[in-house]
Design a protein around this ligand. Structure first.
Ligand code: NAD
Length: 494
């Protein structure tokens, strides 16, 4: 099929990739490209991706608009079949797509592979769940009438995603949009577009009709407004920073629905009765896996005074065992930061932390054998952190933990909630009544008890409160389907 014939061309050893608009693989109208750089080895250019313009984005929106009428009438079983075939394609290419992902954003290969498989599973989940996502029939007095609701697709929807989960976040937005009959304009992060490109490739290979899914790579400044502001774009599902999400949310009209999954400053509370070894694992996995670049990553540890010294000692010992290095090397726990900008941000916050709190370990740029030009930073821990400090308040999005001493459960909850964010929160305790109280008292959309702040199921709702989400619509699970549909109420006389 044309897809394979038009596969990326190799130019001087570096592959060039195209946009996918109206069923065609096309270059950016600017003729320019953006290099996708391997953060573990900055001399490795993973690919050249279109530096799209507003004109390209507008073409994608038009293509999606033209495809909508036919796609919404396409039998749901046919829509589901495409999702299932795309899932098979992802499974079949999981090994090579995982290498692409690790190369473009640094996460360990086993996690990248898991993400590809999870994305396939997400497509399959919505292929099934979407087929039973229906309206209701209402009891009423008139025997000659039936009153029911239908769930209608919205129309053209924009999907805008970050680089940290470059396949699974797009999959959990695109699959529910497609199965409910919407057409999609998808803009990945231009820092890691290859994984989103692979997902598009999978859906194209599965036979998605022209214009139903469009892929446009480009910088936010060049294509952002053209994708988000046209009135014809009826919904925007965005995952990224709070600043960008709030900007988009404010700039759209009332006919456009938004679902914003934004930043976090996620706390882990360690109670005095916690299994301290387990609590240390929660802090290490929550704080440092994915090099601290998960929106649900642990960044604050609120630890009871009685166990603070013992917890800190165990934490520092455990950190010494972590292996930092290329995600391509099996056994490495922590890869590089994903971009030069992330590296600069993390190092800046380490300096801020050193000025305002007590530095315990890490935060160094790692260079030399095994690290080369990669964006490696050792995991950092600060202690005696207080609520007013910037490292306690601002999202760092890197391997930096702030230890905050607390004296009671009430003190811990008050401090945990003293943040503009509310994405995920965890507690380590053996006390069942505290587990229950925590689930009630914490201001977060995702609550973990003796589990890491990171991680969420594809079949359960996901999202935050406060500045972490526009909390009207959740992603994932059945809740993910609601965002992409509107309710129509029908009164039908017989
Ligand atoms: P970012 O906000 O810089 O970019 C995210 C995406 O939005 C990119 O594709 C970017 O090009 C695009 N974008 C930015 N401004 C835009 C605009 N004005 N119009 C249109 N598109 C625009 O975020 P990032 O650096 O890629 O990702 C890190 C951030 O994402 C962190 O803040 C993290 O907490 C957040 N995140 C949240 C979740 C969640 O589910 N809540 C998950 C992962 C990441």
């Amino acid at each position: 099929m044309t897809l394979l014939a038009e596969k990326p061309q190799r130019t001087s050893g570096v592959e060039s990739f195209k946009n996918y608009i109206g069923g065609e693989w096309v270059a950016a109208s600017s003729g320019e490209s953006i290099d996708n750089i391997n953060p573990a080895d900055t001399s490795d250019i993973v690919g050249r991706f279109p530096a799209s313009t507003a004109q390209d984005a507008e073409s994608a929106v038009r293509a999606a608009a033209s495809a909508f009428a036919a796609w919404r009438k396409t039998p749901i079983s046919a829509r589901a079949r495409i999702l299932n075939k795309a899932a098979d394609y992802l499974d079949a290419h999981a090994d090579s797509f995982a290498v692409d992902m690790t190369r473009e954003m640094g996460k360990p290969l086993n996690l990248a592979r898991d993400e590809i498989l999870r994305s396939a599973q997400t497509l399959r989940f919505y292929a099934v769940e979407g087929q039973s996502f229906a309206g209701e029939v209402f009891p009423q007095d008139d025997a000659g009438m039936i009153v029911y609701t239908e769930r209608e697709p919205l129309g053209v929807v924009a999907v805008i995603t970050p680089w940290n989960f470059p396949t699974s976040i797009p999959a959990r937005k695109i699959a529910p949009a497609l199965i409910t009959g919407n057409t999609v304009v998808f803009k990945p992060s231009s820092d890691a577009p290859l994984s989103g490109y692979r997902l598009t490739e999978a859906l194209a290979a599965a036979g998605i009709p022209k214009g139903v899914l469009n892929f446009v790579n480009g910088s936010a400044g060049d294509v952002g407004a053209a994708i988000t502001t046209p009135q014809i774009v009826r919904a925007i599902s965005f995952t990224g920073s709070t600043a960008a999400g709030e900007h988009i949310h404010r700039s759209v009209g009332i006919t456009t629905r938004t679902q914003m999954e934004l930043g976090g400053k996620n706390p882990l509370i360690v109670m005095a009765d916690a299994d301290l070894d387990q609590a240390v694992e929660l802090a290490v996995k929550g704080g440092f896996s994915l090099t601290g670049q998960a929106c649900t990553g642990t960044s604050r540890v609120l630890v009871m005074r009685a166990v603070k010294a013992a917890f800190t000692e165990k934490l520092l010992a455990r950190i010494k065992t972590l292996k930092i290095g290329s995600g391509m090397t099996a056994g490495n726990d922590i890869g590089p930061l994903a971009t030069a900008k992330q590296l600069e941000t993390v190092l800046r916050y380490v300096e801020i932390g050193k000025r305002e709190a007590k530095w315990l370990t890490g935060g160094d740029r790692l260079t030399g054998p095994g690290y080369g030009s990669g964006y490696y930073v050792s995991p950092a821990v600060f202690t005696d952190v207080t609520q007013s400090m910037r490292i306690a308040r601002e999202e760092i999005f890197g391997p930096v933990l702030a230890l905050i001493e607390v004296e009671s459960y009430e003190d811990a909850i008050a401090k945990a909630n003293d943040t503009e964010y509310g994405l995920s929160a965890a507690i380590a305790t053996r006390n069942p009544s505290l587990m229950h109280a925590f689930a009630r008292d914490i201001e977060a959309g995702t609550v973990k008890i003796n589990r890491t702040t990171t991680g969420n199921l594809i079949n359960a709702p996901f999202g935050g409160v406060k500045h972490s989400s526009t909390s009207t619509f959740r992603e994932s699970g059945r809740a993910g389907l609601e965002f992409y549909t509107q309710i129509k109420t029908v009164y039908r006389g017989i």
